[in-house]
Design a protein around this ligand. Structure first.
Ligand code: A3P
Length: 304
């Protein structure tokens, strides 16, 4: 893969981009959908007080939460769920397509935005507004496993050499999108500064109704029992697996080859247990403790 840094030309063809890497602030991003310009533009984005920003490290349940957020604001009108792909309903701020997609957003909803960028990239822009931030986190062992499988189907990411190497890279934080530990600690370190709600994959999985209710309240959009029922029905794993608007089947095979594995793969809590050897688990726990031990953060997942 070819690496590009700040100052690189933006005129690469689609094919060249597929195999390229944008290094931004020391973090590697797939060049297929990122450029130095798009990454820089995100950092200087002018938020509105009404904006809602979904922040995740990849594979933490981004698409799931995009679906939930769209459903919260659709007020019973399911047209967007059935006709607009998730990336058009809640576009990624740092991607090349953003400048176009943001102009197409439904003006009767608050703007739903998504990002995988680290906190330090967006904190300054966010502090100038009252935009609401939803940080979605997931047990990093499940994130790692999901990301490993995603690398196999995404044409814009290199095939992982082995699971063992993938674990090492994840723990070092040298993989695509940087360090999970820095991402989580960076964003959750801003809880006092920003209008930020932490939601976990695990709580949405275990207590979907209560989690959706909590989201509605945080977003100033309290939900009635009927609205809750509609949301719950359209954000299940089985519904989303069948919906081309969220299962990424709209993408051609060279971008996402789902004959090698599905984007909506397992959709469960604790699948890491079927992947980690006892040695890998032990190695992971040592790093997790060193990185998170005194962070003061509290999550609903267990590491064993
Ligand atoms: P798995 O690979 O563990 O199955 P992201 O959208 O951030 O890329 O995250 C993708 C992960 O979220 C995948 O995890 C996917 O299956 C899971 N996911 C997406 N929708 C889901 C849903 N409705 N219920 C449970 N998990 C879901």
């Amino acid at each position: 893969m070819q690496e590009r840094n700040a100052g690189a030309s933006a005129s690469a063809s689609m094919n060249e981009r597929m195999n390229s890497v944008e290094v931004f602030d020391g973090i590697r991003f797939p060049g297929f959908m990122h450029s130095q310009e798009s990454l820089r533009a995100a950092c200087g984005f002018q938020f509105k007080d009404t904006d809602i920003l979904l922040v995740t490290f990849p594979k933490s349940g981004t698409t799931w939460m995009q679906q939930v957020l769209s459903l919260i604001f659709c007020e019973g009108c399911l047209w967007p769920i059935h006709h607009l792909p998730n990336w058009a309903r809640a576009p990624w701020m740092e991607q090349i397509s953003f400048s176009h997609l943001v102009t197409q957003l439904n003006t009767s909803w608050p703007r739903l935005l998504t990002t995988h960028l680290p906190a330090k990239a967006l904190a300054a822009a966010l502090r100038t507004s009252k935009a609401r931030v939803i940080y979605m986190a997931r047990n990093p062992k499940d994130v790692l496993v999901s990301f490993y499988h995603f690398h196999k189907i995404a044409g814009f990411l290199p095939d992982p050499s082995s699971f063992e190497d993938f674990v090492d890279e994840f723990l070092k934080g040298t993989g695509f999108f940087g360090s999970w530990f820095d991402h989580v600690k960076g964003w959750l370190g801003l809880q006092q500064d920003l209008n930020l709600l932490l939601v976990t994959y695990e709580e949405l999985y275990q207590e979907p109704r209560a989690t959706i209710r909590k989201l509605g309240e945080f977003l100033g959009h309290p939900l009635g029992p009927q609205e809750e029922a509609v949301i719950l029905k359209h954000c299940t794993f089985s519904f989303m697996s069948q919906s081309s608007m969220v299962n990424y089947s709209l993408l051609p095979k060279d971008i996402m080859d789902q004959s090698r594995g599905k984007f909506l793969r397992k959709g469960v809590v604790g699948n890491w247990k079927e992947h980690f050897t006892p040695e890998q688990d032990e190695k992971f726990n040592v790093v997790y403790k060193a990185q998170m031990g005194d962070s003061g953060l509290c999550f609903p997942w267990t590491m064993d």
